[in-house]
Ligand binder design. Structure first.
Ligand SMILES: C[S@@+](CC[C@H](N)C(=O)[O-])C[C@H]1O[C@@H](n2cnc3c(N)ncnc32)[C@H](O)[C@@H]1O
Length: 308
């Protein structure tokens, strides 16, 4: 039995309203995971996701938009490093916060780092599981007050958004909230970053993924039959103090790191030679350094919340 499952069982015993358990991924599922997720895994990816967490928080002024008062159960779908879940668990010590992700290794590494540094230990009311968000969720109906999915357009195939949101709505209690936060595609008036973005989108499209689904989140929730929908959009801009937004620098660092990470997948898919891809990345980095005050890149973030 894995550590994740043990901890989950303890949380379930304490809070029967959210009972379920996960199981270890089979070999086939692990292979499917590695084939499917284009950003891969590593310590570099953990740092990138942590940067992204703070960018979302700064740009939206908080970690969720749902009007919560004293929630008892919260689920984070594809929780990445689990940083959102840990922070929300501290904010709501009375709530059982559960995060699940297909990448158990990434979670374990992030938790071990937090425990080692002493800066981010695991709150007692926070539990993590390994699980596949593209399969029916292993939770009972109506188990959670808030169900969050952030930056999941990175892996949800366009055709599967309705079924993922249907699962989120199913495990949300009547009157509870489903929230999505995501990116549009990055825009840039500079040639290197523009070319990288077009090719990155082609790589995702070849896998049925649209990694800029942010603008459509409100429509997704509406189509799933949720009510009281609220949508908020913010434009994140890199550049000098006059033009940039607070998370702009983080956004550009995050995006360049992401483009770096996909280098092997771009080559495997025959979209670009690794040397040319690296050359474009180097050009993008030097352009940002040459024109630090211009708005080199801009991306719209969307937060959308709906009530079940
Ligand atoms: C861009 S990250 C976002 C992580 C987190 N939601 C956040 O905002 O920090 C996408 C996450 O989806 C996870 N993932 C990829 N495919 C998945 C799947 N089929 N089921 C669950 N998680 C998946 C990855 O391991 C990664 O942690």
């Amino acid at each position: 039995m894995s550590w994740f499952t043990r901890r989950w069982r303890r949380a379930v015993a304490e809070r029967p309203q959210a009972q379920s358990a996960t199981r270890p991924l089979s070999l086939e599922e692990e292979e499917a995971r590695d084939r499917g997720y284009i950003f891969g895994e590593s310590e570099g990816e953990i740092s990138r996701l942590d940067l992204q967490h703070y960018m979302f928080r700064w740009e939206f002024g908080g970690d969720f938009m749902a009007p919560l008062s004293s929630p008892l159960t919260i689920l984070d779908v594809a929780c990445g490093t689990g940083r959102w879940a840990r922070d929300v668990a501290r904010q709501f010590p009375q709530a059982a916060v559960v995060g699940f992700d297909i990448n158990q290794q990434q979670l374990e590494t992030s938790l071990a780092e937090g425990a080692r540094s002493g800066a981010d230990s695991l709150p007692e009311n926070c539990t993590f599981l390994a699980g596949d968000a593209l399969e029916p969720f292993n939770f009972p109906d109506g188990a959670f007050d808030l169900v969050m999915a952030r930056a999941t357009s990175a892996f949800i195939p366009v055709a599967q958004w309705p079924s993922v949101i249907a699962q989120m709505a199913r495990v949300c209690r009547p009157g509870g909230w489903v929230e999505l936060r995501d990116f549009a595609l990055v825009r840039s008036p500079h040639s290197a970053l523009n070319e990288l973005t077009v090719k990155f989108a082609n790589l995702a499209a070849a896998r049925g993924i649209y990694p800029g689904a942010g603008p459509y989140l409100g429509d997704f929730l509406r189509t799933a039959g949720l009510g009281n929908i609220q949508v908020r959009k913010v434009a994140v801009r890199s550049g000098g103090p006059q033009r940039a937004t607070r998370g702009g620098r983080l956004m550009l660092a995050d995006y360049l790191a992401l483009l770096d990470r996909v280098t092997p997948f771009i080559a495997q898919a025959g979209i670009e030679q690794p040397d040319r891809w690296r050359q474009l990345l180097a050009q993008a980095r030097s352009e940002t350094a040459l024109h630090p005050d211009t708005c080199y890149a801009e991306v719209e973030l969307t937060a959308a919340v709906g009530q079940r």
